[in-house]
Design a protein around this ligand. Structure first.
Ligand code: DGY
Length: 436
């Protein structure tokens, strides 16, 4: 509707910070990595130049080893306005003429998919927009490839060609029950919370955020990675949290498909990317598919065990075009089940976690609430595999939810009420894409 379109555009105007988009003004006053990808996908309908600028800002802060940091800090934002900020991370400021501090963690590499979407949209914006898009792809392409090389090289702690994450923040699904088993082995030093102040609780309801025990573990993991100079050489042996996530790795594979398309436009070789996508898809099936439950699960690289939790991340491999129909059908069965109840049972998009689980939590971040970004991925997967009616139902459910409740960060999975930050950039941007 025009009403939702206009209000989403206003959110993106308000959250534009000159050369990048913030996810929201109060809780997330810097630039976040996978947010930038989702934002570009919608922002390109109304301001393609800003979509490219945002992606470019992020990749200007890419590390020499190829990693794209999960947060790039805005030097104009006070240290006290976000924790953990630049002082805690203690990372050199990368970025040539415009150095900015960053974290040392990564996030799902959705940027190639986003860049390809922004490029495709440029076709309907005229010749100047197409020239701009072509130049932006030329600048981004080697950097996107370096990002993939870092993730499938340095981060291949499991040795099978997938990327491991070394911190729940890297998943983007911070306190998902998918990490509970692996996180239970990570020391929780609660004295860290006396030493450091959780700024998120100044601006958000504690019942909607990760717990103090979670946070103590989050900080401890960063400190131990930091003590090792953020090096990745012996992760599986030395680091306390090393897991392979189906959401992260499905996006890693989708990125290679998008890179093949980008390579085609730029006159580079698409075939190497198609081959890599195929290898990633095969490794996801080999390692993350649990034949007994017929679902995709998080793998703990240190113990070799699959997580028992059934989370939305297990549905995202549907975005892989090479995923054999057998596994796509299993994902759809899980999506339609009472666990995720898409969307006929509740009129709502899929929750972040199994509705039938005893510890399903309607308020706490990634432990139950509905998030638009993962549902957007799921819909993309449905379209990819020919589930047109389900994709349309899910699109309708997402648009209806945001129209009724506003562009919130996440939503109550029973009532649809908005939770977390209002005026959240990716919810606004993806609404534009769903309406377009
Ligand atoms: C936060 O600030 O809670 C973010 O999720 C960390 O990336």
């Amino acid at each position: 509707s025009a009403e939702l379109w206009n209000s989403a555009v206003r959110v993106l105007d308000k959250n534009w910070a000159g050369d990048h988009m913030v996810p929201s003004r109060r809780l997330y006053p810097h630039q976040w990595s996978w947010d930038a990808a989702f934002i570009a996908v919608g922002l390109c309908y109304v301001n393609p130049s800003r979509a490219w600028r945002d992606l470019r800002s992020l990749f200007e802060a890419q590390w020499p080893d190829g990693r794209v940091p999960h947060i790039v800090f805005d030097p104009h934002t006070a240290e006290g306005d976000y924790f953990p900020g630049p002082v805690f991370w203690d990372v050199p400021a990368y970025g040539g003429r415009r150095p900015r501090g960053s974290t040392a963690l990564v996030q799902p590499p959705l940027h190639a998919v986003a860049a390809w979407e922004v490029y495709r949209r440029a076709m309907s914006h005229g010749a100047a927009a197409v020239r701009e898009a072509h130049a932006a792809l030329e600048w981004l392409y080697p950097r996107l490839v370096a990002q993939q090389d870092y993730l499938t090289g340095h981060r291949d702690a499991g040795g099978a060609g997938l990327a491991s994450i070394v911190h729940p923040w890297e998943s983007g699904l911070d306190n998902s029950p998918a990490w509970d088993a692996a996180m239970s082995a990570v020391p929780a030093d609660l004295t860290l919370l006396q030493k450091y102040h959780r700024r998120d609780l100044d601006v958000a309801d504690a019942a909607h955020r990760p717990t103090d025990v979670d946070y103590a573990r989050y900080l401890g993991l960063v400190l131990s990675y930091r003590d090792g100079g953020y090096a990745d050489a012996h992760l599986a042996r030395d680091h306390d949290f090393v897991v392979e996530c189906p959401n992260f790795n499905a996006i890693l594979g989708a990125a290679e498909i998008a890179l093949a398309q980008i390579a085609g436009v730029l006159g580079a070789d698409p075939q190497v990317h198609r081959a890599r996508a195929q290898r990633i898809t095969t490794a996801i099936v080999d390692r993350l598919y649990d034949a007994r439950s017929r679902t995709f699960r998080v793998l703990d690289v240190r113990t070799g065990a699959h997580s028992p939790a059934r989370c939305i991340s297990g549905l995202v491999p549907l975005i892989l075009p090479d995923l054999p129909a057998y596994y796509a059908d299993d994902i759809m069965t899980e999506a339609r089940s009472a666990r995720f109840g898409l969307p006929q049972q509740t009129d709502l998009p899929a929750p972040s976690y199994d509705r039938t689980a005893a510890d399903f939590d309607t308020l706490r971040y990634w432990r139950g609430p509905v998030w638009i970004n993962v549902n957007w991925l799921l819909r993309r997967g449905m379209l990819q595999h020919g589930y047109r009616d389900e994709a349309e139902d899910l699109r309708t459910a997402m648009v209806r939810l945001v129209h009724r409740s506003g562009e919130y960060e996440y939503f109550h999975p029973m009532t649809g009420e908005g939770i977390g930050e209002p005026a959240f950039s990716w919810t606004a941007a993806l609404s534009l894409d769903l309406l377009a």
